[in-house]
Design a protein around this ligand. Structure first.
Ligand code: ADP
Ligand code: MG
Length: 138
């Protein structure tokens, strides 16, 4: 079994659809093995999205990610990283496949409801960033 890291983003927590998103996650067979609702600090959001620091959307992205609560999660399942990226759909909701989380719920390319790690290496880094091992219960 492999793990990936997920965030339910502020646009979704504000619309009270964290349960609806978790329902899609659990119905897919992925297991939520850690979860907490937090408010990211500006410094955490900047660190988390450091790879995008030179992009023109970086300042907006940090502001958006700190604009309300997020739910950070560890998901477990076979091939979890690739499987969850597929379940999420493309970054731009206009390109997200029918039935994916972003197709159903994303409001825009920025406010796209969920994050999922893009590699096993990043999944492990992102999990370590938010969770202690004893907070993850498979
Ligand atoms: P993904 O979340 O699908 O891995 P990226 O890593 O490319 O996408 O981007 C990280 C996040 O930055 C996106 O999920 C989205 O919230 C935001 N973002 C990406 N591209 C844009 C853009 N062109 N304009 C505004 N925000 C963007
Ligand atoms: Mg990404």
């Amino acid at each position: 079994m492999k793990r990936t890291f997920s965030i339910i983003k502020p646009d979704a927590t504000k619309r009270n659809i964290t349960g609806a998103i978790n329902n899609i996650i659990e119905s897919s067979g992925l297991k939520i093995i850690a979860q907490k609702r937090i408010l990211l600090t500006e410094s955490q959001a900047k660190d988390f999205y450091d790879v995008h620091k030179d992009k023109n959307f970086f300042t907006d992205l940090v502001q958006y990610m700190t604009s309300g609560p997020v739910v950070v999660q560890v998901l477990e399942g076979e091939n979890a990283v690739v499987f969850y990226r597929d379940l999420m759909g493309a970054t731009n909701p206009k390109e997200a496949k029918i039935g994916s989380i972003r197709n159903k719920y994303a409001l825009s390319i920025e406010a796209n409801s969920v994050h999922g790690s893009d590699s096993l290496e990043n999944a492990n880094k992102e999990i370590d960033f938010f969770f202690k091992e004893n907070e993850i219960v498979g």
